[in-house]
Design a protein around this ligand. Structure first.
Ligand code: NAP
Length: 534
């Protein structure tokens, strides 16, 4: 007979949900500030994204040293990132090292999936419960569950009928998966699918990539960090930290300082060549300043990339399929790749365009598209996430007067700074919806610090309740609406929830980015969080 669930009734100052990059940051700060903290994590290890995504080829596409924590010079000095863009196992090791170095593990309860969190107005506390019966009361509840944590499977007929192995990258098994000599299908060519393909193409018998939308993938341009670069990083902690803290995207990239109209066609080609050879997101942040606001500039960059693709991929028909025709650069989140286009020159790799030949059904042995059945041993569903709100809306959060978060956000999230929502006192969600696109830990760290500061301020002023006034939430939502026309993202993508069937189409990022976040934060801090505390 199974043992009854473990019951521990506890009281603590702060409950944090999720031991990913921001949850660990928040835990570190709350412990440093002297609070009792319980961090609940559904996995059996820490790391969040970098725990779950064990799929072949998974790695950063932000520079490693810009992604890690900046709160400890000692940590900076002792940790050597091996590559400009580190692979997943290294990042998981890093996050475990941080947890141990700062003695945070004793505050973390693993295997603790939150099933409900209910606000009690009477004693101003949250009661949080987990799947295994654990219950904890806390003054503050902080969700750091991330925007990319709930896997999404497509509604394809027969998906469950397939008799071979199936995987979703974000639930990739810990035990090694042997793909050697197998016939493998990858569905989806977003940032995940295009990392998996080249990582396995050399060992599988055959690989078929099923592409619905082509994306503007460009080279990651990764390299090992050599001794000279390592020494440079160690010697420059302060200036690097200062630059990252001030930068809009959270990168060290130097803006071009010019517009497309400033250059001749010949100069543009030469400039685009240098951008193509730059690392990761520098394709955006060091490109022409008007790239995302001037359709001609963007189309010119796309034409350059299309030429590159045609130059790499030997088969013209495959190259043509790989070139997006329905969106410009940063209409969808652009992936950064190593060997992606090159892999299509291998005889064992095939690209199927689902726009030309849609999936009819999945069968016991394979995938039937309108041009026939292909048989597989393995199907990998690299079909993305319920972005932004997926995890928070599965936590059973109930605020003031019994209002559920799911009801309050029925038409899309309503937030203040992407951190708080009206009607849910003492509840914070740094790294949640209405964060910026860019190097997430940098932007998220500002949010983490804001949360810690407002909690400290309430403690120091003898207040026990923090709630964003409706008017302040509305001001933030108005800012989002006002700047939304400047966003380059298309509505069918994850940033509007357009990739998730049944989800309201609502913008899930902050189009004002870090400048607007900092502006609003400064105002709140300078006013002594006026209207927030009681
Ligand atoms: P994604 O960008 O949402 O891509 C999902 C892919 O699956 C798309 O190609 C999508 O096609 C396809 N798809 C979805 N439903 C489908 C269906 N019913 N039939 C056929 N195809 C379908 O998800 P992701 O690739 O996992 O990336 C999500 C985010 O994770 C990224 O934007 C990025 O922020 C992050 N990420 C980062 C890294 C990194 O290097 N650091 C790596 C991986 C992921 P459509 O586009 O047509 O919908």
């Amino acid at each position: 007979m199974a043992a009854p669930p473990q019951r521990e009734d506890q009281q603590t100052d702060v409950v944090i949900v999720g031991a990913g990059i921001l949850g660990i940051n928040q835990l570190y700060r709350a412990v440093q500030a002297g609070y009792s903290v319980r961090l609940l994590e559904q996995a059996d290890g820490v790391g969040g994204t970098w725990y779950w995504n064990r799929y072949p080829g998974c790695r950063f596409d932000s520079e490693s040293y810009t992604y890690g924590y900046l709160f400890s010079v000692e940590l900076w000095q002792e940790w050597d990132w091996s590559e400009e863009f580190a692979p997943q196992p290294e990042t998981e090791r890093y996050l475990n090292r941080v947890v141990d170095k700062f003695d945070l593990r004793r505050h973390i309860r693993l295997n603790s999936k939150v099933t409900s969190a209910v606000w009690d107005e009477g004693d101003a506390t949250w009661t949080t419960r987990t799947e295994d019966g654990f219950e904890v009361r806390s003054r503050y509840l902080i969700s750091t569950t991330g925007v990319l944590s709930v896997p999404q499977y497509p509604d394809v007929p027969g998906r469950e009928d397939f008799a071979g192995e199936t995987y979703h990258p974000v639930r990739w098994p810990k035990a090694p998966v042997d793909l050697k000599g197998k016939r493998v299908a990858v569905i989806g060519t977003g940032s995940t699918g295009v990392q998996i393909g080249p990582a396995i193409a050399g060992e599988v018998e055959s690989l078929v990539m099923y592409q619905r939308s082509a994306t503007w993938a460009t080279p990651l341009n990764n390299h090992p960090i050599d001794a000279d670069q390592q020494a440079h990083l160690k010697a420059n902690y302060e200036p690097i930290k200062a630059e990252l803290d001030a930068s809009v995207g959270g990168f060290l990239h130097k803006p071009a300082g010019k517009k497309w109209v400033d250059d001749t066609p010949e100069q543009r080609r030469a400039f685009f060549e240098s951008v193509w050879n730059s690392p990761g997101f520098a394709k955006i942040s060091t490109n022409y300043e008007d790239l995302l606001f001037n359709t001609d500039a963007n189309a010119d960059w796309c034409a350059f990339m299309a030429d590159k693709i045609r130059g790499i991929v030997n088969d013209p028909a495959t190259a043509a399929k790989l070139i997006p025709t329905d969106h410009l650069y940063v209409g969808l989140r652009p992936p950064y790749v190593t060997g992606y286009y090159e892999m299509y020159n291998q005889p064992n790799v095939e690209l199927v365009s689902l726009r030309d030949t849609p999936i009819v059904k999945v069968t016991e042995t394979g995938i039937e598209t309108s041009d026939g059945l292909r048989e597989f041993d393995v199907i990998i569903w690299a079909t993305g996430f319920d972005f932004g709100t997926g995890a928070m809306l599965r936590m059973g959060i109930v605020g003031e007067g019994g209002l559920t978060l799911n009801d309050y956000w029925a038409d899309g999230p309503l937030t203040y700074l992407g951190i708080m929502t009206h009607g849910f006192p003492n509840f914070f969600f740094p790294g949640g919806p209405h964060g910026a696109a860019g190097n997430n830990p940098r932007y998220g760290e500002h949010q983490v610090v804001f949360v810690q500061d407002v909690i400290d301020y309430a403690r120091d002023h003898g207040q026990r309740r923090i709630e964003v006034p409706k008017a302040d939430e509305q001001a933030w939502m108005d800012m989002i609406a006002q700047l939304l026309p400047y966003s380059s993202f298309v509505k069918r993508g994850q940033y509007y929830g357009g990739n998730t069937p049944g989800k309201p189409v609502a913008y899930l990022l902050n189009p004002g980015g870090r400048p607007k976040l900092d502006e609003f934060m400064t105002k709140a801090v300078q006013s002594g969080y006026q209207g927030f505390l009681s």
